[in-house]
Design a protein around this ligand. Structure first.
Ligand code: 5GP
Length: 189
């Protein structure tokens, strides 16, 4: 469904940004983030301070909102990966562009990811962190695509399940654009 009107943040015609359909509004996302933060706070109260690890760049907005609603002691770290895929699909061959700053041996870790497609990226990271001696590694992903041929990985904290479509906004980009949108939408190709 084409989306018309004026973008409330950017003050420009939505059509200028080739936005096709808004899948989740700012209000829907914020309600979900609050719910995930509450669950994490309850689950980790006996394991605090735990480590929240954000995958750059896509997870930065989700992580910032999530962390501010977690009301138990926690620490942050970040990792940046590059994947040898096209601009809209990962190949599963992952290279660490910026590694963690902290030692994670013996730590309880929650990986924060924007979106899971094939699951290859998180499958790699979860095994990598377990190999470094993390005490536990759980995943918190805002979006999970119903993609065929998915690698099965246990996702303890999942926001929304979505069809296999390419989405932008709330940290997610297309050629580095759209990350600042407060909602999640499909774009016209
Ligand atoms: P996976 O390894 O699970 O196939 O891919 C995960 C990564 O692919 C995400 O971290 C994200 O960078 C990218 N990705 C997958 N689907 C989308 C999408 O619909 N939109 C955007 N912007 N990135 C995506």
């Amino acid at each position: 469904m084409p989306c018309h009107g004026t973008d409330p943040i950017l003050g420009a015609e939505l059509a200028d940004y080739e936005i096709e359909e808004i899948l989740f509004t700012e209000e829907q996302i914020q309600a979900k983030v609050t719910e995930l933060a509450r669950r994490i706070s309850e689950d980790y109260i006996d394991r605090a301070p735990f480590l929240l690890i954000g995958i750059l760049k896509g997870a930065f907005i989700f992580l910032a909102d999530l962390a501010r609603r977690i009301d138990i002691p926690m620490e942050f770290d970040f990792i940046s990966l590059s994947s040898y895929g096209s601009s809209t699909k990962t190949s599963g061959v992952v290279r660490i562009r910026k590694d963690l700053d902290s030692e994670i041996t013996g730590r309880h870790v929650v990986i924060v990811e924007d979106i899971i497609d094939t699951g290859l990226t998180l499958n790699y990271l979860q095994r990598n962190f377990a190999g470094r001696g993390a005490e536990s590694v759980e995943i918190c992903a805002l979006l999970n695509k119903r993609t065929e041929n998915k690698v099965h990985i246990p996702i303890k904290y999942e926001g929304f399940s979505i069809p296999d479509v390419f989405v932008v906004g709330y940290g997610l980009d297309f050629n580095e654009r759209y990350r600042n949108l407060p909602y999640i939408a499909t774009i016209k190709k």
